[in-house]
Design a protein around this ligand. Sequence first.
Ligand code: FAD
Ligand code: DLZ
Ligand code: SF4
Length: 518
Amino acid sequence: MARPVLVPILGDQLTRTLASLRGQAKEDTVILMMEVWDEATYVRHHKQKIALVFSAMRHFAAELRDAGWQVDYVRLDEPDNSGSFTGEVARAIERHDPREIRVVEAGEFRVAQAIGEWPDKFACPVEVLPDDRFIASIAEFRDWARDRKALRMEHFYREMRRKTGLLMDDDEPEGGKWNYDHDNREPPGKGLFAPSRPLFAPDEITCEVIGLVQDRFGDHFGNLASFHWPVTRDQAEEAADAFFSERLPDFGKYQDAMVCGEDDLFHSMLSTSINLGLLDPLDLCRRAEEEYRKGKAPLNSVEGFIRQIIGWREYVRGFYWHFMPGLEEANELNATRDLPEFYWTGETDMRCLADCVRSTRDNAHAHHIQRLMVLGNFALVAGIAPRQVQDWFLVVYADAYDWVELPNVAAMALYADGGRLASKPYAASGNYINKMSDYCGQCRYSPSRKTGEDACPFNPLYWHFMHRNRDRLEANHRIGRIYSTWDRMDEHKRAEYLDSAEKFLSSLEPANKRWARK
Ligand code: FAD
Ligand code: DLZ
Ligand code: SF4
């Protein structure tokens, strides 16, 4: 064949309609897919995440070949594998002598930097295309953000509703309100459980990958035996069908609920498939809207689901590119404490944290409110160094990619950006967790005790957090009143809070660094 076009497809670009394939003739194109050591180890990902990405890549390559594409697939254990995207593209250029490279922009800053160097490194033209699987382009977010003092998700979300026409009634939001979050905070109630979702037993390809991961990455965090993620588009569609028919109706109501041992509740569990490119986010939103229009799901659930995707997901992606690379280093609250070891082992008497770490280890997943109000909240009020928390979140979740993990952790959970994303820190005492979960009943600590050895540690830590960050937070009109409460408190009581918090903090064992980065 004449000199072909080389189309590298990265591990989170597993979409048949990817911009770099559109308009390409199959006989004129070589698709390059690369399993590389650098990607699997820049942080020591959960074993399930590596297995998921490799298995989904191998299945996608087979699907492309079946559809008539030429796919050059480099396996991790190939002897000459250079270990990096750039090294593998260089080797592929030698093999195929392409006339051009066409690649969709990388999701992560780190990889985008490397791709940015390709035109200087390689003697053929490189075209980098926008990733139009997102509803808003990076440029569109920048335009929206320019000249705005506060970048609130809610305002961006309304733009996305107008742009997509989702849940719109001419120019007005369906039902008269843009946001039904107030209806989405129901506590779990005794014995709440959700219908079970489809679990996908590993097929031959996945079993082979699991063997490879066990062999090469066996010392990484996490349980591999419980792997059951969708690894193909068909499986992901099956998971989405089950969510729409069985769990979407109650998704809204119980969005913030937590039940010990009930890991998924009414959440969709679709983030891994969406982030890999197996499911189209806009298509999912249209399907959710259809359920509402057919009267099968209430507005608060459907609006809530759509907001997570065209609101939060799009917003954090724009936010990431707007504030990178600085976001990685942000530490507005000057938090410097080491991550506690129990984030890896789950060995703590705090039942909420132990259960969230267990789910994280076993499933490579925890749902949003566990990530934000238990794991994130603890790191916030205990003052854990943002870089260590960011690394942890990037390692442990199967859906974690820097572009989505970093804004959620640094800006939403830790307020390390000083409030560009959130109007106030999501700090909470044990009261919130007690209200929204069944964790506290059997905990060794008591959420109603404020200080002392048996008090829920979140209680004194909350006040310790407020006290030590007073200079930075007091001017915020959304939290100013908290300081009036603090000032009205008896001096002795205040000292007890600070003393209990200090004692608890000094009992924390710092994490052994073996898990996060090499
Ligand atoms: P559902 O509750 O069913 O929500 C539906 C979809 O909405 C999700 O699949 C996801 O695509 C999207 N979504 C919901 N919330 C967010 C959000 N805050 N940001 C972006 N998308 C959102 N999500 C990731 O995909 N990767 C991460 O690494 C990640 N890290 C997080 C870290 C912290 C500290 C917090 C607070 C949130 C994080 N999230 C992350 C967002 C959210 O927790 C997960 O998307 C969600 O738990 C995935 O489970 P699900 O598919 O069942 O979600
Ligand atoms: C997460 C991941 C892992 C573990 N391994 C690979 C890989 O070997 N090859 C690949 O193409 N992608 C991998 N990925 C996903 C990439 O990290 C992801 O595509 C980048 O974050 C894109 O910026
Ligand atoms: Fe968590 Fe406190 Fe409740 Fe225990 S009492 S489960 S530590 S919130």
